[in-house]
Ligand binder design. Structure first.
Ligand SMILES: NC(=O)c1ccc[n+]([C@@H]2O[C@H](COP(=O)([O-])OP(=O)(O)OC[C@H]3O[C@@H](n4cnc5c(N)ncnc54)[C@H](OP(=O)(O)O)[C@@H]3O)[C@@H](O)[C@H]2O)c1
Length: 419
């Protein structure tokens, strides 16, 4: 029995909340708190009567530590599941530190204002020293290690699908299939079709920033950076078929490079259709992906936020999206002196997700592991004081929970590899 405070009520949070309500034996009491309380109330109304979980709602501005502290002190949760945006990670962590609640999220910190001079100075130093230019990295949250340790509480970072399940797949492969892992290729394929000329499957700001940035991969102890979409491969995904995929920078590369001993290369590929890429390039060329404010008719607007207002709400794609996702990792390495290759992946059907929880598979594949990560923390299946990435714990209970809660996985010991 546990009390969970969930911050945010968007696409991912909606799935995680449905799953907590299916799992009332663990989550008997939850609070949904977000910027727009009406969304929390609507979800509460939908779920009440279908679950034994007690649901309350609240309004909170998660950029404001004092508001968060008051909310946590009023409710006294065992843990806080942060499913707002990466912009709020540090304020929610600060509030957890002040109140002694465990912290869980699905995406690492990224600033909302990338023109902020104080942030930029740290960022530019990191670009020079680490060698990758993504706006997000783990340094900000790993810096809380000692404070969380001293407070005797846990921060569990990155329990979505990627990062999250892909990181647990890596720990599982190392535990059961390899003495040493040499390469990891993380493949994220969305074979779904929503019928719109252009839409993003999750928060457009976060999604478009990620995709329009330089790519990078980890090789022989350092980062190798590429131009956006510079490296393309074609892969025949089980249950989806052949797709173009492109190398991107992705946050779990950074933590896996640290936590998988002896790994020589880690790459991340995501599938994109030509129409998506053409739309994105055009929006980028005209300045619509910019996060810097501009004046328009006497009012300051941020182009990418304006674009977000025009694009379909990712939460509305559920009923229209057909097809499947396939996300997983191909590992090469050695076991008992012999070289081997193992592919661990999950296939998820957009329409099945929609029938179950009213969301498409991209939110589903993130929301389910968010609930599972919270379950690992509140049940004590994963214990520790400090800041942790998911691959640092025993993967077995998490892998069992994936099978049980809607994301069954497959191990293929003779897969197609990526050149
Ligand atoms: N690891 C993975 O595999 C993975 C995959 C996809 C997404 N993610 C992460 O999951 C998180 C949620 O994504 P999403 O697609 O669900 O986004 P979303 O649909 O845009 O939802 C974000 C939610 O956060 C709320 N919010 C934003 N700023 C807030 C603030 N200052 N105070 C309180 N609430 C605030 C929003 O409130 P409003 O309703 O008022 O806008 C909304 O309910 C993001 O961090 C994203 O990066 C991780």
């Amino acid at each position: 029995m546990s009390r969970l405070l969930i911050i945010g009520c968007g696409g991912v949070a909606s799935v995680a909340i449905h799953k907590c309500c299916q799992n009332s034996a663990v989550f008997d009491d939850i609070v949904i708190a977000s910027r727009t309380k009406s969304k929390c109330d609507a979800l509460k109304e939908k779920l009440e009567g279908t679950t034994a979980t007690k649901i309350s709602t609240a309004r909170v501005d998660a950029d404001n530590v004092d508001e968060l502290v008051a909310l946590i002190e009023g409710y006294r949760p065992d843990a806080v599941l942060n499913l707002a945006l990466p912009y709020q990670d540090l304020t929610v962590m600060d509030a957890c530190l002040k109140t002694g609640a465990h912290y869980i999220d699905t995406a690492n910190y990224e600033p909302e204002d990338t023109d902020d001079p104080a942030w930029r100075a740290v960022y530019e130093k990191r670009c020079r020293e680490a060698g990758f230019t993504a706006y997000f990295d783990y340094s900000w949250q790993w810096a809380y290690q000692e404070k969380f340790k001293e407070a005797g509480i846990m921060a569990l970072l990155g329990t979505g699908f990627d990062p999250g399940v892909t990181s647990v797949f890596s720990a599982y492969a190392l535990k059961h299939y390899f003495d040493e892992i040499h390469t990891i290729d993380i493949l994220d394929c969305n074979g779904g079709d929503h019928g719109y000329p252009f839409a993003t499957n999750f928060n457009p700001e976060i999604n478009l920033r990620e995709v329009s940035a330089n790519g990078s991969y980890w090789e022989n102890g350092h980062w190798v950076e590429t131009k956006p979409m510079e490296i393309k491969r074609v892969y025949n995904f089980p249950q989806v078929g052949e797709k173009d995929m492109y190398l991107l920078h992705h946050e779990e590369i950074e933590s896996l490079a640290k936590n998988i001993p002896g790994v020589k290369r880690i790459r991340f590929f995501m599938t994109f259709g030509q129409s998506y890429l053409t739309h994105m390039k055009c929006l980028e060329n005209v300045g619509m992906l910019s996060t810097s404010p501009v004046m328009f008719n006497g009012q300051e607007i941020v182009p990418i936020q304006f674009l977000k207002a025009l694009l379909p709400d990712p939460a509305s794609l559920g009923p229209r999206t057909v097809g499947k996702t396939n996300i997983g990792c191909i590992f090469t390495g050695v076991k008992d002196g012999k070289e081997k290759t193992v592919y661990i992946y999950n296939v998820c059907d957009h329409q099945e997700c929609y029938r179950e929880v009213g969301s498409q598979a991209v939110s589903y594949t993130t929301g389910v592991p968010a609930m599972i990560g919270a379950m690992m923390v509140v049940t004590g299946a994963w214990k520790g004081a400090g800041v942790f990435n998911v691959e640092e714990f025993d993967p077995d209970p998490y892998m069992e929970a994936l099978n049980r809660w809607g994301l069954p996985w497959v191990v293929d010991e003779n897969p197609q590899t990526v050149e």
